[in-house]
Design a protein around this ligand. Structure first.
Ligand code: DAK
Length: 259
């Protein structure tokens, strides 16, 4: 698929997807959603891609759903938009590879919701988060009420969603909404450095770790622990587990092949 509103770059096993509609602050319209959906599928299918970074061109990450496009929708069409958004964001969340949000600027509404579907959130000191939907007469429609609650807790999620207040990077860090904050000038450099570290990890173990965390989080503890055991046991079927442990015993660096 040709992308009109995204940049897609692959280097050293790291795919960087950049939202690229800077005149509209990368607002998420239906076309961009289709492109994002396709780009995530491409990341899933290409074994050469080990880690994915999402970021934005210009002063925004994504300034929310496209309000111009959304304003006159009837419920039936609004539901379709929500379903496609949920499908796409969920595909980010369960992609069997790490996804890092490098939040360079405004990440409001649907923009914050994308970051919530990512595994790790790094923010520039110019980033701004929040769910301003309430002030538009709606509520978050792409997982915001659910993922935000799971990440920051119910009390804080209610404070954020009901007030629509924006959240600066320091506050986002205190809330556990972002993992790390960097000066704007070094955000991408630091994100790529971290992505490279993850890209060198044994891919199957990375996949199993993400799977156990994602799918265990909603289970009762005995089921969750069982899931973890089974995921860990499966790692013993890989070359990389044998190689990793052999390398440790032989006091050398492991040579992983991703299988
Ligand atoms: N949609 C469309 N255009 C947007 C936009 C958005 N979300 N955000 C910015 N723009 C456009 C502006 O209209 C302006 O366009 P022109 O006037 O130049 O044509 C251009 O981007 C530059 O914006 P500003 O001139 O406003 O730039 P400033 O630096 O002064 O202000 C800002 C930046 C981010 C504070 C401001 O643009 C702003 O407040 N933007 C809206 C932020 C927002 O409310 N985001 C949440 C959107 S609601 C659902 C599915 C999903 C959702 C809900 C339901 N269903 C299907 C039911 C999710 C909803 C949302 O995300």
């Amino acid at each position: 698929m040709e992308y009109k509103n995204l940049l897609f770059d692959i280097e050293d096993g790291i795919a960087t997807i950049s939202f690229n509609r800077p005149k509209a602050l990368n607002a998420m319209n239906a076309e961009t959603m289709e492109e994002l959906n396709s780009a995530i599928r491409r990341c899933n299918d290409d074994d050469a891609i080990k880690v994915v970074i999402l970021t934005g061109v210009g002063k925004a990450f994504v300034a929310g759903a496209d309000i111009v496009e959304m304003q006159d929708k009837e419920p039936v069409d609004a539901l379709k938009i929500m379903e496609r958004g949920h499908e796409t964001y969920r595909s980010i969340e369960i992609l069997p590879k790490p996804v890092i949000a490098a939040v360079n600027g405004f990440a409001l509404g649907g923009g914050t919701e994308i970051t919530l579907a990512c595994d790790i959130r790094f923010a520039s000191d110019r980033a701004l988060f929040g769910t301003p939907e309430i002030g538009l007469g709606i509520i978050p429609g792409w997982g915001g009420t659910q993922r935000l609650t799971r990440i920051v807790g119910m009390g804080r999620a209610k404070e954020i969603v009901l007030s629509g207040e924006t959240i600066d990077p320091q506050r986002a860090y205190e809330l556990g909404l972002v993992n790390r904050v960097f000066p704007a000038e070094t955000l991408m450099e630091e994100t790529v450095k971290f992505a490279k570290k993850l890209s060198r990890m044994p891919a199957f173990a990375v996949k199993m770790a993400k799977h156990a965390i994602n799918f265990g989080a909603e289970l009762a503890i005995d089921h969750a622990n069982r899931l973890e055991m089974e995921c860990c046991a499966q790692c013993f079927s890989t070359h990389d587990q044998k190689e990793g442990m052999k390398a440790f015993v032989e006091k050398r660096k492991p040579n992983y092949i991703g299988r």
